[in-house]
Design a binder for this molecule. Structure first.
Ligand SMILES: *[C@@H]1O[C@H](CO)[C@@H](O)[C@H](O)[C@H]1NC(C)=O
Ligand SMILES: *[C@@H]1O[C@H](CO)[C@@H](O)[C@H](O)[C@H]1NC(C)=O
Ligand SMILES: *[C@@H]1O[C@H](CO)[C@@H](O)[C@H](O)[C@H]1NC(C)=O
Ligand SMILES: *[C@@H]1O[C@H](CO)[C@@H](O)[C@H](O)[C@H]1NC(C)=O
Ligand SMILES: *[C@@H]1O[C@H](CO)[C@@H](O)[C@H](O)[C@H]1NC(C)=O
Length: 396
């Protein structure tokens, strides 16, 4: 009897211990943890919460991160998830369906385009070419927001490199988009306490309610818009680095112009971004132009996007970090991010907090607008940015 009780107790102990271990077990890599958690929740797979096909930039952003993680870990599940997500929005004949309509001329869906180009290369399935061609045909619309640069230009550059590499006009066009936004949204030194960073929006016609009469920019610097812009600078630089030297010299000159443009912008904005970080926490305010103002807060998606961009730009040599200040800033922000915005769940997954839902420029685009938008739990554009930041951090 005693022996039996002891044995039972022993087994009970083992079960409890095993349970504790399996419940708290989590990957040592934040990147893997973020990816596996998103996958377990079925996020970013080309379907919305009700199971309907949706062509979403957030899914494109996650797929970009899963591709980088697949390349780093060799775990085929990440590749399969990307493919499954794309196949949920592309019919076998190459038609992009779900929420997508070319006639909407929205740049957001285009952020899934790099996934199609990647899958075409990896699988050879021509339907992805058809899908990519649809997006390329759409690119005649004019991006007006910094966000639009990320949604449109990464695809534009990769498509041009893959199928139209000697199209000098296209390379110039890409450089012009970055320049246009930079010139017209730069908060310059004539403004008191200028951040030297980029305002959220630009309206070519200067007619939008939020547009300034001089250059057509919106009134505040919003952290996520600047985050998209930074990621686009780095990702497009990487695409240009893969241009074959066999191209005609006029094309090579256009690609070189684009590189110089992007590197100059990066060199100008990087020290200002670091300067704008909150000195204590090392992360950034939602409205960068109003540090410390009541209702302003540290927003998580913008910080994750900056960390990814800064670390990747240093690692790939796109920006000079002789004094180590960029790495220091990124490390500090990463530490704050993992201790404040990552939540461990009992099932071993992680959740992500403090990502602002949206920042659209349909309204006045003033301070009260931005701080009035709620934050979301497990917001995919924030979580995917955290995946990207973690991949880069774990290269260190
Ligand atoms: C590969 O990734 C999947 C999907 O997130 C995960 O469940 C699995 O444990 C991973 N496999 C390995 C060998 O790490
Ligand atoms: C492509 O396939 C879809 C789904 O089967 C169909 O509805 C659509 O008409 C097809 N488009 C073309 C151009 O064949
Ligand atoms: C080259 O790119 C420009 C700008 O996007 C486009 O209008 C033109 O059709 C492209 N030319 C070819 C041959 O694809
Ligand atoms: C600086 O910004 C102000 C306000 O937007 C604008 O009026 C002025 O034209 C800008 N100067 C330059 C050189 O861009
Ligand atoms: C500029 O910053 C100083 C010091 O933080 C502050 O007192 C002042 O109100 C700011 N000016 C403007 C126009 O925001």
């Amino acid at each position: 009897m005693i022996t039996f009780t002891a044995l039972a107790l022993f087994i009970q102990l083992i079960v409890t211990f095993w349970h504790a271990v399996s419940v708290t077990a989590r990957p040592s890599s934040y990147a893997v943890w973020a990816a596996d958690s998103a996958i377990k929740r079925g996020q970013g797979n080309g379907l919305d919460a009700s199971g309907k096909a949706i062509v979403s930039y957030e899914h494109g952003e996650l797929q970009w991160g899963l591709r980088l993680l697949f390349e780093r870990t060799g775990n085929q599940s990440y590749f399969n998830y990307i493919r499954q997500g794309a196949d949920n929005i592309v019919f076998p004949n190459g038609t992009v369906h779900g929420s997508y309509k070319l006639s909407d001329f929205s740049l957001d869906p285009i952020r899934t385009g790099p996934t199609f180009l990647y899958l075409l290369k990896e699988t050879g399935d021509a339907k992805y070419r058809t899908a990519a061609d649809t997006f390329r045909d759409q690119l005649d619309g004019h991006p007006r927001w910094l966000d639009g640069i990320y949604m449109g230009e990464v695809f534009y550059a990769q498509y041009t490199l893959d199928f139209d590499a000697s199209n000098t006009t296209a390379w110039h066009d890409i450089a012009n988009q970055f320049n246009l936004m930079f010139t017209n949204t730069l908060q310059n030194a004539t403004t008191p306490n200028s951040t030297g960073l980029l305002y959220h929006g630009y309206d070519f016609s200067h007619k939008a309610t939020w547009a300034s009469s001089d250059r057509g920019h919106s009134p505040e610097v919003w952290d996520r818009a600047l985050g998209w812009y930074f990621m686009a600078l780095v990702d497009v630089l990487e695409i240009t680095a893969n241009a074959p030297s066999s191209l005609p010299s006029s094309t090579l000159a256009a690609i070189s112009d684009l590189k110089v443009t992007l590197q100059n912008i990066l060199a100008t904005l990087t020290p200002r971004l670091i300067q704008a970080a909150d000195p204590q926490s090392g992360v950034w305010w939602l409205v960068l132009t109003q540090p410390g103002r009541t209702k302003n807060y540290f927003e998580s998606s913008g910080a994750a996007m900056y960390i990814y961009s800064l670390l990747r730009a240093v690692r790939l040599g796109y920006v000079n970090d002789e004094d180590g200040s960029i790495l220091r800033a990124a490390r500090k922000a990463f530490t704050y991010m993992t201790s404040n915005w990552v939540i461990e769940n009992v099932d071993g997954t992680m959740s992500w907090i403090n990502t602002v839902q949206v920042g659209s420029l349909d309204t006045t685009g003033d301070f009260n607008y931005y701080v009035g938008v709620p934050t979301d739990f497990n917001d995919l554009k924030g979580l995917a940015a955290f995946l990207l930041a973690s991949i880069e951090y774990e290269y260190l």
